[in-house]
Structures are given as C-alpha cells and as structure tokens.
Design a protein around this ligand. Structure first.
Ligand SMILES: Nc1nc2c(c(=O)[nH]1)N[C@H]1C(S)=C(S)[C@@H](COP(=O)(O)O)O[C@H]1N2
Ligand SMILES: [Mo]
Length: 301
C-alpha cells in the first residue's frame, strides 16, 4: 500500500509483517530506544510490547459510526471517503483554517510509536502506529495564550456511516483533552499502522492516540480541532456521565461502576492465557503522572 505522506516508498512499505517484526527485535538493542521512543520506560515495566498482528488490529474495532459489533468497522468502513480530507483547526489559534491532509503531512514528521491500547471494556492490544506529535500540529496553527483545552470532532456522513442511524451516541463523536495533555510528546495523531496508511476502520486518514487513557479518548477520523478555554463536551461522558469522566486515565484502582478495571485481556493471547494486570496509566505513569499531581484520580475519573 502506498505511503500517503511521502511520494516515495520506504523499505518498510514492502516489508512483510513477519520480516518487519524480526528486524524490530534485532534492532531493539541498538536503535530500539529511538524506535520505541517514549514508550521505553513503560516497556521495561511490563515487558510486554509485542505488537498485535495487522489482522488483529484491523478486524477487532470500536468505531460505532459503522455499527457496534467488533467486526462492523472492518465490514463497513471501506465506504468512507477519506480523500479529499480537511481538518478545520479553529478557536483560540493564530492561524485558523481548513488544512488539507496533504498540507498537514507535508509539514509533520512521521515517526513510529509502539503503544499499548487499553479499551475501557477490558481488552487491550499493542499497536505499532505511525504518526506525528499533536503538539507539532497545534504549533503549526499557533495556540493563543488563554487556550486551556482542545476539542476534537469526527466526520459525520450518514450516507457512508450505517451506524449513525442509531442513537447509541449523540453524533458526531466528540472528544477533548486538557492543553497540557494534548501537548505531551506521547500524544500523537496516527496516520499509519505497520508502515501502511491507517485503515478506515482504525480512523483514517488521521486519528488521535493518547496511550495512557482509555481507548475511547482516541477519537478517529478527525475533521475538526478547536482550541478553547472551556472544558469541551465528550461523547461518552455526555451519554453516561456516571461511568465515563473527562479524564479517563487508565487506572487499575478505579473500577468502572459495572466491572473491575484491575485486569485486561490481551487480544490474540489465546484461550489459555490469563488476564493480565492493568498498569497504572497503561504503563506510562512515569511520563504522565506529573500532569495529575494533586488531583484525586477517583474523583477526576
Ligand atoms: N469516532 C470514533 N472514534 C472512536 C470510537 C468510535 O466509536 N468512534 N471508539 C473508540 C474506542 S471505544 C476505542 S477502544 C478505540 C478503538 O480503536 P481501534 O479500533 O483502532 O483499536 O477507538 C476510539 N475512537
Ligand atoms: Mo474502547
């Protein structure tokens, strides 16, 4: 598959997944830190950053605009038109505009980040994303002083999205971060998986990834990013405020009102595998816990 953000193919574009993974394990001693980047300390803690297969990552999805079954996004999301694509960046920015996907990619540096993804439903995966830091995109637009939050919105196109007929959520899907969370170097906009363009079911052509938060914060197929001084509404909080807060940091000590969050099932681990312990902030506490210093995490769930 072509690499959308560069005119020429990189070696990885034509490397089969198995070879790619072998090479990764060879490299991990030398260049590994650079490749895994800021996920490094988390990796040492859990010893488990073995990526899921491309097949697993692209066939077991949550993208309710295409239906609520885990297979629905893979079944229906190919209908979504992702080119042309623009992202409106507005609100408290110096250069509000509709930025084309190509404009953005020409100005961003894409790197690989291998991150754990922990869904609030208690399953998890490890995904080798390609993407750029959200901070760089926000700097491109110029964040005005006084901005405190970032609001995100997903495409809403009923003729291409069979799931939005159902009032499961109040469409379009919206999410939000505090500005310091958005500017944190772990926070990326993903545009690829395994060096290929990100598939539609995973949120093409660009989706947020905030690895220390439950998966629902990582909003897909983003068409609008708004800088604001007020905490923005978020889809799951609007729908079930007692169950889903604004912060939604992965926390094994704060249970969901209807189930425990202490352990998780790694997709692909097999029927014999035991559930594994969930890590504080999904294994990224060393990097991000300071963002929440002095906050009661049970209250600010
Ligand atoms: N627009 C939109 N974004 C979304 C969702 C959704 O339904 N719609 N689901 C979220 C949930 S609950 C999770 S766990 C992740 C899943 O990402 P993945 O399918 O790439 O693993 O996407 C998140 N982003
Ligand atoms: Mo999720």
């Amino acid at each position: 598959m072509a690499n959308r953000w560069k005119p020429d193919l990189t070696e990885r574009d034509v490397t089969p997944e198995s070879v790619y993974l072998n090479r990764r394990s060879l490299l991990s001693g030398v260049a590994g830190l650079g490749l895994v980047g800021l996920a490094g300390p988390g990796q040492a803690q859990s010893g488990d950053l073995k990526p899921n297969t491309f097949e697993e990552i692209t066939s077991y999805n949550n993208f309710y605009e295409f239906g609520t079954d885990k297979g629905d996004p893979a079944r229906y999301a190919s209908r979504m038109t992702t080119s042309p694509w623009t992202v409106r960046i507005d609100g408290m920015v110096d250069r509000p505009a509709d930025y084309t996907f190509e404009d953005i990619m020409a100005r961003m540096t894409v790197e690989e980040r291998i991150y754990r993804l922990r869904c609030v439903e208690t399953w998890s995966m490890v995904v080798p994303w390609n993407g750029f830091e959200l901070a760089d995109l926000l700097k491109m637009a110029g964040v005005k002083s006084g901005a405190k939050y970032v609001a995100f919105e997903t495409l809403l196109r009923p003729e291409e999205m069979p799931g939005v007929r159902f009032p499961v959520l109040d469409w379009p899907y919206v999410e939000g971060l505090r500005l310091d969370e958005a500017m944190h170097p772990l926070t990326i906009m993903a545009t690829g998986i395994y060096g290929r363009d990100i598939p539609n079911q995973n949120g093409a052509p660009l989706r947020l990834v905030v690895p220390w938060k439950y998966g629902f914060k990582s909003i897909k197929s983003v068409v609008r990013i708004t800088l604001t001084d007020k905490q923005p509404p978020t889809s799951w909080n609007k729908s079930l405020p007692r169950e889903y807060g604004f912060y939604s940091n992965v926390n094994p000590e704060v249970d969901h009102p209807r189930w425990s969050q202490a352990t998780e099932k790694r997709i692909g681990a097999g029927l014999f595998a035991r559930n594994q312990p969930t890590l504080m902030m999904n294994g990224y506490a060393d990097e991000v816990a300071s963002l929440y210093a002095g906050m009661d995490l049970a209250k600010n769930y």
